[in-house]
Design a binder for this molecule. Structure first.
Ligand SMILES: Cc1cc2nc3c(=O)[nH]c(=O)nc-3n(C[C@H](O)[C@H](O)[C@H](O)COP(=O)(O)OP(=O)(O)OC[C@H]3O[C@@H](n4cnc5c(N)ncnc54)[C@H](O)[C@@H]3O)c2cc1C
Length: 415
């Protein structure tokens, strides 16, 4: 399988060693063994400098958890992963004395397992880094930036910022939303920025959360309370951009007062337990997911509004699908950059991510509107879902990530 055994040629080069890139390296190596040579390039300083600075926590679906299990990453993460037993959705005004819940999910799969786990991003990144670092056949090239590439019938040649070059049978961009290699491939994106900013912080609260998550839709965007291990929660809060800038500039007491106003008093007194961070929000979709000997995965391919907590889960779907199509092609005697395998990957993943991006965009618009008619419509809509168990199961199925044609890794099977 490895065509040349030298330090600059690999079967697969992955640019971007974050969640998607690391998981893909693990998936391909597990499926195809040490004969497949893989290089991971990242601007960052390498595995020992893992992303402690990311204070977000992600809602991982049961399907993503299954994949991490198969890849051997979950055991290192399990102690930090908080299962979510119930999700309450509300859109009550902040002035209301009581906050009636519009919709409640018992957040379990048909098999009775938790449908969602809240995992600190730093813990997930560390676990993935540790797993990749233990594999000698994956070469990690740190502090290296991919600048551009050219591809031919036989290989892709990627140029790094220091002028050096790597060649590969398949080049994968897992570079996040501002992917340089996507641009170098001439792949256009469609999308737009939201007039909103995502604010993230961690709080400690007096009373136990009992594994309940809350999604509170407010006119300026959703305020999510994601339970963490212990009496702690990660706040993922979408706010109108000007108001967000004002809130982010407050001192700790002022910032906490804004959080308290939205958090409510159900869990007793709260205190800040981590830094505040912010992200500009946008929706984008690449027009193509593949090119000659080239593929996009994760946020390099698509970016969705964080209100449904699905960006990372979509990235893991890409990883599972690409691992499967590449492994099958290689076992049939084709090389990892086989055009038909890449076309199959694109067909498999693009439709799903377009539908997800449109759904989350629509939900954001629906809940961000304070028009009376729309408000009654959404109350009616969610009220119906709350009363019909089959519909509820469908929505939980979406959150679980077990709908559609699933790649094997997401079913918890090896490739
Ligand atoms: C506020 C917020 C909350 C969110 N909450 C959730 C959630 O609850 N659940 C969920 O599923 N998703 C969530 N998401 C989405 C999720 O965080 C992203 O989908 C995910 O981080 C994408 O991972 P990635 O590996 O594709 O890209 P990234 O994490 O963006 O990583 C890109 C990597 O590529 C490297 N890189 C970039 N360019 C180059 C280059 N040219 N050369 C070398 N290296 C390069 C970077 O250094 C980085 O390591 C949230 C997003 C936001 C903003």
């Amino acid at each position: 399988m490895a065509l040349r055994d030298d330090s600059s040629h690999f079967d697969v080069v992955i640019s971007g060693a974050s969640f998607a890139g690391l998981a893909l390296a693990l998936g391909l190596r597990q499926a195809l063994g040490d004969d497949l040579t893989i290089a991971l390039i990242d601007r960052g300083a390498g595995p020992s400098a893992s992303a402690d600075s990311d204070s977000r926590a992600s809602a991982l679906s049961a399907a993503s958890k299954r994949m991490l299990d198969v890849l051997g990453v979950w055991p290192a993460l399990a102690g930090r992963a908080q299962p979510v037993a119930r999700i309450d959705i509300t859109d009550t005004s902040l002035d209301a004395g009581v906050r009636p819940v519009l919709l409640t999910y018992d957040n379990v799969t048909d098999a009775g397992d938790p449908a969602t786990y809240i995992v600190p991003n730093s813990a997930l990144h560390q676990a993935l880094c540790a797993a990749v670092s233990s594999i000698a056949s994956i070469k990690w090239i740190a502090s290296a930036e991919a600048r551009d590439f050219v591809s031919s019938e036989t290989e892709a040649r990627v140029r790094l910022a220091d002028g050096s070059e790597l060649t590969a049978k398949l080049l994968v961009a897992a570079e996040g939303r501002r992917s340089r290699l996507r641009q170098a491939a001439g792949i256009k994106v469609v999308g737009w920025s939201y007039p909103q900013i995502g604010i993230v912080t961690t709080v400690r609260h007096e009373l136990p959360h009992d594994a309940h998550a809350v999604q509170h839709f407010l006119p300026s965007g959703p305020f999510a309370i994601l339970p963490l291990k212990g009496n702690r929660a990660c706040i993922t809060w979408t706010e109108d951009a000007d108001e967000a800038r004002r809130i982010l500039a407050l001192d700790d007491a002022g910032f906490l007062a804004e959080v308290e106003k939205r958090f409510g008093g159900k869990l007793g007194t709260i205190a800040l337990d981590g830094p505040r961070q912010s992200w500009p929000l946008e929706m984008h979709l690449a027009r193509r997911y593949v090119g000659q000997r080239f593929a996009l995965i994760g946020d390099a391919a698509h970016g969705v509004h964080p209100l449904a907590g699905q960006g990372l889960n979509l990235a893991f779907r890409d990883v599972a699908a690409l691992t499967e199509v590449i492994s099958e092609a290689v076992r049939l005697g084709f090389d990892p950059g086989d055009a038909q395998a890449l076309a199959r990957y694109e067909r498999w993943r693009r439709f799903d991510s377009v539908v997800s991006a449109a759904t989350f965009d629509g939900l954001n618009r629906l809940f961000a509107s304070d028009l009376t008619l729309l408000r009654s419509a959404r109350e009616f809509g969610l009220g119906v879902v709350d009363r019909v168990p089959a519909l509820k199961r469908f929505f939980v199925g979406e959150a679980v990530g077990l709908t559609g044609e699933l790649p094997r890794l997401l079913k918890g099977e090896s490739v």
